[in-house]
Design a protein around this ligand. Sequence first.
Ligand code: GTP
Ligand code: MG
Length: 205
Amino acid sequence: MKIKSADFVVSNSNVAQCPTEPIPEYAFIGRSNVGKSSLINMLTQRKNLAKTSGRPGKTQLINHFKINNNWFLVDLPGYGYARVSKKDKKVFQKYITDYFLSRSQLLSAFVLIDIRHEPQPVDLQFMQWLGEHEIPFSIIFTKADKLKPNAIKRHVEAYLKILTEEVWEEAPNNFITSSLRHTGRDEILDYIDAINKDYYQQKGL
Ligand code: GTP
Ligand code: MG
């Protein structure tokens, strides 16, 4: 898919105020600093469309970007930063879970995982939560430039093995990316394009 336009639409913390237009939507989610905003800039080839930072917690709101005038890309804050008391075990911020539960136009989520790290409970819990709510998602491994090719293979295989042993019967669809080197861009955009085409075909458009 060619990106002809990428426009910021709105930021907010209230899901009720997100755009209502019934066009396909894709959300990028993961721990803070994993590279969500950088990936959005890489995919859209816009340097500063989504704000990035070396310090965790840069993205604080639900940010809608309209791409090619016919689909939304959504940049979300990192999850897992809500205060967790012993009594209240909720790990994910309410407006993030509200977002996923209320956006019927969301065709797929992308859960970003730093390719260098071992599976972390918060990521596994979030994927499990998505599964329980029947929200389709793919995994995007980020920062692949930080590892050599054989280490990339080893890390991804180990990660998917744990997922299939502990969480799922089948490993989720996954992509290996580097925003620094523009790795994985075509694969993700082609994947989104195929889903969009199905969506518009079913609508007879
Ligand atoms: P929050 O908004 O805080 O949740 O973070 P985020 O997930 O949006 O991360 P962001 O895109 O702001 O990137 C965090 C840091 O990781 C920045 O310093 C980026 O430059 C760096 N980074 C992101 N992607 C890559 C990548 O592919 N390779 C390398 N080497 N660094 C990356
Ligand atoms: Mg961000």
